[in-house]
Design a protein around this ligand. Structure first.
Ligand SMILES: Nc1ncnc2c1ncn2[C@@H]1O[C@H](COP(=O)(O)OP(=O)(O)O)[C@@H](O)[C@H]1O
Ligand SMILES: O=C(OP(=O)(O)O)[C@H](O)COP(=O)(O)O
Length: 405
């Protein structure tokens, strides 16, 4: 690793600013946090800092969104999960925050207010400009060391992510370190054959990943499922039906069909498409070959034959990268494809999952521990898998180069 980690620093007695990503789905009426995965994943880092004074910096959502809210319930959630008191301060870098930190003792945990309440945190900036913001200057005065554990935000070039590492010694937290290690292994050191399962609705991301991993010889094969599968079927010239076409159009992905065609032209042997699909007919699941898809009803899942052949491909893989479901799994009649592929991938030697929906299915099936790694990043994981250097990682490396040695 070209950046520092918790092993490289002495925490004792220090005030440690820790950037985490507790951004989570919240029920708009009850304000209840609906998924605590990101909390659970950051806990090892927070525990590892217990010899210091821990000051947590995080965001929740973005300005203008319904779930852009204060962090009182986040502090309560963390307190319950970590079994230690967590003091919530409704301030980011003002006098109240300064005073609260000044009187902290080693072992205590404090959570600052939603850092995106400060307008500067919502700007995309170069690290050198981010370092000059009030937010970075004032926050950095409040600690001795910065720990960035927020992998979920690692693709954002925002002040706390890229600015603070320029002005104070910064190391990666345990989650950040594990995410980078596991995702890096996909492109170097993972057992072959390497199969990418690309599904769900984020077609532009999936096409970018497919292009990168095929072009660079990272993937041996791609299984295209969900709406991504429909795009590839359309690219192959299949009549996927009006509703599935309309969905692609409404998501703004019609232009991706040509990109899928280009991928098929170069890597036809490595991209596996559905051979059969499932639709709803008279209220029930019905299956058709892709040569005869009914034109007036949407594709909702893989057909059983395709499930079987994709499961075989998965079972013969050394590595699986799973991103996005095979169908509208929220409806039990159309969950078969997703569930069967998830079950098969759990048995593979090295298995990495990106994407909230896929991870939620895995957790619901109780298969979390059978997978090698469930990433906490959506966008960050995708950017990593498309070969981009994440701004947070570049900032960690530069900080270590400057302050670390
Ligand atoms: N054929 C399909 N038609 C419509 N929606 C689909 C289809 N296949 C999958 N989906 C939907 O994709 C959604 C998840 O996609 P996405 O957000 O990209 O996944 P992830 O969060 O795992 O990255 C699910 O809500 C599921 O219903
Ligand atoms: O949840 C996040 O991203 P994700 O939904 O892509 O996983 C991060 O907290 C980043 O949030 P942002 O996309 O509002 O910058």
């Amino acid at each position: 690793m070209a950046f520092g980690t918790l092993q490289d620093v002495d925490i004792r007695g220090k005030t440690v600013l820790v950037r985490v990503d507790f951004n989570s789905p919240i029920d708009p009426t009850s304000e209840m946090i609906l998924d605590d995965k990101r909390f659970r994943e950051h806990i090892p880092t927070i525990r590892a800092l217990e010899d210091g004074k821990v000051v947590i910096v995080t965001h929740q959502s973005r300005p203008g969104k319904k779930d852009f809210t204060t962090l009182a319930s986040h502090a309560e959630k963390l307190e319950r999960l970590i079994h230690r008191p967590v003091t919530y301060i409704d301030d980011i870098f003002g006098r109240t925050a300064h005073e609260a930190i000044r009187t902290m003792r080693a072992g205590e945990i404090l959570m600052l207010e939603n850092v995106r309440f400060n307008a500067e945190e919502n700007l995309t900036m170069k690290p050198e400009d981010a370092a000059k913001t009030h937010l970075v200057r004032r926050l950095s005065e409040m600690g001795d060391l910065f720990v960035n554990d927020a992998f979920g935000t690692a693709h954002r070039s925002q002040p706390t992510v890229v600015g603070i590492p320029r002005v104070m010694k910064t190391v990666a937290g345990l989650l950040m370190e594990r995410e980078i290690t596991m995702l890096s292994k996909v492109s170097s050191g993972a057992p072959h054959p390497i199969t990418f399962i690309l599904g769900g609705t984020k077609v532009d991301d999936s096409i970018a990943v497919a292009d990168h991993v095929l072009r660079n010889g990272i993937a041996d094969r791609i299984l295209a499922i969900g709406v991504v599968g429909n795009i590839f079927l359309a690219a192959e010239g299949r009549a996927i039906g009006e509703p599935s076409r309309q969905l692609i159009e409404s998501l703004g992905y019609t232009g991706e069909i040509q990109k899928a065609r280009d991928i098929l032209a170069q890597y036809a042997d490595q991209v596996l498409l559905p051979e059969t699909v499932a639709v709803r007919e008279k209220g029930e699941r019905a299956e058709y070959p892709v040569s005869g898809i009914p034109q007036d009803t949407p594709i909702l899942d893989l057909g059983s034959e395709s499930v079987r052949s994709m499961v075989d491909q998965i079972r013969s893989s050394g590595t699986i990268v799973f991103n996005g479901p095979a169908g509208v799994f929220e409806d039990p009649d159309f969950a078969i494809g997703t569930y069967e592929l998830v079950r098969a991938a759990a048995g593979v030697e090295f298995s990495v999952v990106g994407g909230g929906h896929t991870a939620a299915v895995i957790e619901k099936m109780g298969l979390e521990s059978a997978y090698s790694h469930l990433s906490t990043g959506g966008g960050a994981c995708i950017e990593f898998l498309t070969g981009k250097k994440l701004p947070a990682v570049a900032a960690l490396e530069a900080s270590w180069e400057y302050f670390g040695r």
